[in-house]
Design a protein around this ligand. Structure first.
Ligand SMILES: Cc1cc2nc3c(=O)[nH]c(=O)nc-3n(C[C@H](O)[C@H](O)[C@H](O)COP(=O)(O)OP(=O)(O)OC[C@H]3O[C@@H](n4cnc5c(N)ncnc54)[C@H](O)[C@@H]3O)c2cc1C
Length: 432
C-alpha cells in the first residue's frame, strides 16, 4: 500500500485537459487529487452565467440545447461521494432532495465542478482558451507521433506529459491526430441515428409524475418525460433519423397532435406548454478506439467522456459512463508508468465500457425497428467487477450502469404495451 502510494507520488505529471465540461472537470479533479499538476483549457462555468443565483436558486429559464437535465443515478452519487465528496453534497442540496438519484441541469453540474476546480490546489483553469491543434515531440514508438502538448487559440503552446481530450461530441481528435501523421483511429458509429423533438411545460410539480425520468416505448417512437427542476418538465419524442415524414414534429401544433395520440398511454403531465419545439439534428451513438493492433495511434494523449463515445442522450447514461471513464483514466494513471497509461486505459475501456456501449447501441437499434425482444445483459455485481481488479468506484459505477440497463427494458420497452403504431402517427400528422 505504502509502496504504491510512494510510486504514485513519485511520477508527478503535468496533464492538460482540453474541455471544461462535466467529464473534463472530473478528470482534472481526480488527477489533481493524485498530486498531478493539471491545466484545464475551456470555459469557466459559473452559477451566474447559467442563470442560477446560488446553488439553490434554480433559474426559470428553459433548458436549452446546451443545458439538458442530467440524470445522476445512485451508483454515480455513491462513487462521487467517495471521489469528490465536496461536490456531491452540493448536488444533493441543489436537487432539493436526498434520494437514490437526482436530475439536475448540466449548467449546474458544470458550475459546481468549476467552483471545486477553482478551490483545488494544483489545477489551473485557462478561462476561454481552447485547444486548436496537437504539438508533437520526439517519437516514443516507431511510426507513431508523440503528443507533447497543444496549441491554443491564443497561439500559445501548452506542453504536458499527457493531453486529455474531453471536448465532447464534436471532438476534433481524429482530425488533429491525422494532421500530425497518426494512423486513423477506429470510429465505430451507429448506422442509423435518431432525432429528438422536445417541448417544455411549466407546471406545479406536485401534480406531475413522481418519477423524475421515465421512458416509454411505442412502435419506433421513444418518449421521455423528464423533470427539469422548479416545475419545468420536458417531454421528448425520439424517432429514427430515417423517418423523414416525422420531421414535421418540429412544429408545435403537430408535436401537440402527436402527444395527444400517446397521452392515454403516458403518465399525465399537466401544465402549460412553453413556446416552440427544441429539435436536434441527427444524433448517433459512437465510440472511438485510439489503440489499433495493440499499439496506440499516438502516444501522450487519450480521449474521455463524450469525446470518446456517447449513446442516445435520452437514456440518461452519458454522465455516468463519462464519470466511470474518468475514474478509469485516474486508475490507469495510478499505475505510474506514463507510457503504459494509454494501453491500460484502452484495456479498461475495451473490457468494461465497450460491452456496455454495445449493449446500449443494440437497444437503440431495436428501438428503431421494434422487432423482437431485447437481449438481457448478463447479470453483473460490484463484487464481480472488484474481483476483476477494478477499484471500488469503477466497480460501483459499472454495476450501477448494468443494472440500469437491466432494469429499464421492462419499464422502458414494454413490448406488450399496445399503443399507436408508427403508421397511425404518420396519418395523424398528415391530416390538414
Ligand atoms: C444535444 C444533447 C442532449 C443531451 N441530453 C442529455 C440528457 O437529457 N440527459 C443526459 O443525461 N445526458 C444528456 N446528454 C449527454 C450529456 O450532456 C453528456 O454525456 C455529458 O455532457 C458529457 O460530458 P463531457 O464533458 O464529455 O462533454 P461536454 O459536456 O460536451 O463538454 C465538452 C466541453 O469541451 C468544450 N470544448 C469543445 N472543444 C474545445 C476545445 N477545442 N478546447 C477546449 N474546450 C473545448 C466545450 O465547450 C464543452 O464545454 C446530451 C448531450 C447532447 C449533445
Amino acid at each position: 500500500m505504502l509502496t504504491s502510494l510512494l510510486r504514485r507520488r513519485a511520477v508527478r505529471m503535468h496533464v492538460v485537459v482540453c474541455g471544461a465540461g462535466p467529464i473534463g472537470a472530473m478528470v482534472a479533479l481526480l488527477l489533481a487529487a493524485e498530486g498531478h499538476r493539471v491545466t484545464v483549457l475551456g470555459d469557466r462555468h459559473s452559477y451566474a452565467d447559467a442563470g442560477y443565483s446560488d446553488v439553490r436558486g434554480i433559474s426559470q429559464s428553459v433548458p436549452s440545447a446546451d443545458d439538458p437535465p442530467l440524470l445522476i443515478p445512485g451508483a454515480a452519487l455513491d462513487a462521487l461521494s467517495i471521489e469528490l465528496p465536496g461536490v456531491v453534497g452540493k448536488l444533493l442540496l441543489a436537487a432539493g432532495k436526498a434520494g437514490t438519484e437526482v436530475v439536475v441541469r448540466r449548467s449546474l453540474v458544470r458550475a459546481l465542478l468549476t467552483e471545486e476546480i477553482e478551490r483545488t490546489e494544483g489545477i489551473q483553469l485557462s478561462h476561454g482558451v481552447r485547444a486548436v491543434s496537437l504539438l508533437t515531440g520526439a517519437q516514443r514508438l516507431p511510426g507513431r507521433p508523440h503528443i507533447q502538448g497543444v496549441l491554443t487559440t491564443e497561439g500559445n503552446a501548452v506542453l504536458a506529459d499527457l493531453v486529455v481530450d474531453a471536448t465532447g461530441r464534436n471532438s476534433q481528435a481524429i482530425k488533429w491526430l491525422s494532421d500530425v501523421g497518426a494512423p486513423r483511429p477506429l470510429d465505430e458509429r451507429q448506422e442509423v441515428g435518431n432525432r429528438l423533438f422536445t417541448r417544455y411545460f411549466g407546471s406545479d410539480e406536485s401534480v406531475n409524475p413522481s418519477t423524475r425520468w421515465s421512458l416509454h416505448h411505442f412502435d419506433r417512437v421513444l418518449i421521455a418525460m423528464v423533470s427539469a427542476g422548479q416545475g419545468l418538465w420536458s417531454m421528448t419524442l425520439c424517432i429514427s433519423d430515417e423517418e423523414s415524414d416525422l420531421y414535421r414534429l418540429s412544429g408545435a401544433s403537430l408535436w401537440s397532435r402527436a402527444a395527444e395520440l400517446y397521452a392515454p398511454r403516458l403518465p399525465q403531465l399537466r401544465g402549460a406548454p412553453l413556446p416552440g419545439v427544441w429539435t436536434t439534428p441527427r444524433i448517433e451513438s459512437y465510440y472511438r478506439r485510439f489503440v489499433r493492433s495493440g499499439q496506440p495511434v499516438a502516444t501522450g494523449t487519450v480521449s474521455v467522456g463524450d469525446a470518446w463515445g456517447a449513446t442516445l442522450p435520452l437514456l440518461g447514461l452519458g454522465p455516468t459512463m463519462g464519470l466511470l471513464h474518468a475514474v478509469m483514466l485516474r486508475d490507469a494513471v495510478r499505475q505510474g508508468d506514463p507510457d503504459g497509461i494509454l494501453l491500460r486505459f484502452d484495456s479498461l475501456t475495451e473490457n468494461y465500457l465497450i460491452p456496455l456501449h454495445e449493449h446500449i447501441t443494440k437497444w437503440e437499434e431495436q428501438l428503431q425497428t421494434a422487432e423482437g425482444n431485447i437481449a438481457q445483459p448478463r447479470p453483473a455485481t460490484a463484487e464481480a467487477f472488484e474481483t476483476a481488479g477494478l477499484g471500488y468506484s469503477s466497480a460501483t459505477l459499472l454495476s450501477g450502469l448494468w443494472s440500469q440497463c437491466t432494469a429499464s427494458p421492462s419499464e422502458a420497452f414494454p413490448y406488450t404495451r399496445h399503443g399507436p403504431s408508427l403508421a397511425e402517427l404518420v396519418e395523424a400528422l398528415s391530416v390538414p
